[in-house]
Ligand binder design. Structure first.
Ligand SMILES: [Zn+2]
Ligand SMILES: [Zn+2]
Length: 268
């Protein structure tokens, strides 16, 4: 989208700053995080093929070269996900937590767009992702009241940024939120599953578009996977043949009670 001249003039008068470290931004129309801050976010180099968690170097060594047959990692050994696989860009380590939190603040579209572009480039260059594997990208929907207060859905912006970079399509009206759900941050894994039960449905007028199709869910964060799993289950009940997911940050507290609110962004 071309940048309006008045926006460029405003940037000259009031230079915009990085949302994390406050240093002035070069080309602020295109980004809201500076290069230094973004480079401190380390993409996961070789994550678990099921749940996206980073694997120990030792287990990587043991399982090569047959990566396809790699056993489940410690984070998903005892879990059966509805999703076939999860692509996780990074973990909650370092500044990724701060970025995930900032993206949950109102008017953080430009940050989400920048993060989405980085996720898309990582998907293409560092993972087995191929856009032709999916019929559409589906962002995790928000409850209408959260939308009203936040003014945007970070998952929708991430999905549209990824889609425009990899050449996929986004369907953001097919999946709907049925009810308000409590924040997941302080809940145990069992409580998270109960909290998200029946939280999604397929929009009535799109019900006949799901059968036989393959989807990539998009969300900002994943800890237990309860949110994404519920969304995937709804799509599969309607006939989807495959549902994968991509997230910006992967929390690793899924097998135990979630860490305190102060150290982890709350999943939806
Ligand atoms: Zn910065
Ligand atoms: Zn795993």
């Amino acid at each position: 989208m071309p940048i309006a001249p008045w926006v460029e003039w405003l940037d000259l008068i009031f230079p915009r700053a990085c949302a994390l470290c406050s240093q002035p931004l070069i080309a602020p129309q295109l980004r809201s995080l500076c290069k230094d801050c973004f480079e401190r976010i380390h993409p996961i180099e070789d994550g678990c093929l099921r749940c996206g968690a980073p694997l120990e170097r030792k287990s990587l060594h043991e399982t090569k070269p047959s990566r396809r047959k790699r056993p489940a990692c410690p984070h998903c050994q005892k879990r059966r996900y509805e999703m076939t696989r999860v692509f996780a860009y990074t973990t909650y380590a370092n500044d990724a937590i701060r970025i995930a939190r900032k993206m949950k603040e109102p008017h953080s579209e430009s940050m989400a767009r920048q993060v989405g572009k980085a996720m898309a480039e990582w998907l293409i260059h560092a993972t087995a992702f191929a856009p032709e594997h999916y019929d559409a990208l589906i962002p995790i929907p928000q409850h209408w009241f959260r939308r009203l207060t936040l003014r945007y859905n970070q998952s929708e912006v991430l999905a549209s940024s990824i889609a425009s970079t990899v050449g996929s399509r986004v369907e953001d009206a097919w999946l709907q939120r049925t009810r308000w759900t409590q924040k997941q941050g302080m809940k145990t894994i069992a409580e998270r599953v109960v909290n998200m039960k029946d939280a999604f449905r397929i929009a009535q007028k799109h019900k006949d578009r799901i059968e036989g199709r393959r989807f990539l869910l998009v969300d900002d964060v994943m800890t237990s996977g309860a949110t994404l799993d519920q969304a995937a289950a709804v799509l599969k009940r309607q006939g989807a043949v495959m549902v994968d997911a991509v997230v910006f940050a992967r929390g690793l507290g899924g097998s135990r009670p979630a860490p305190s609110k102060s150290s982890i962004p709350t999943g939806q």
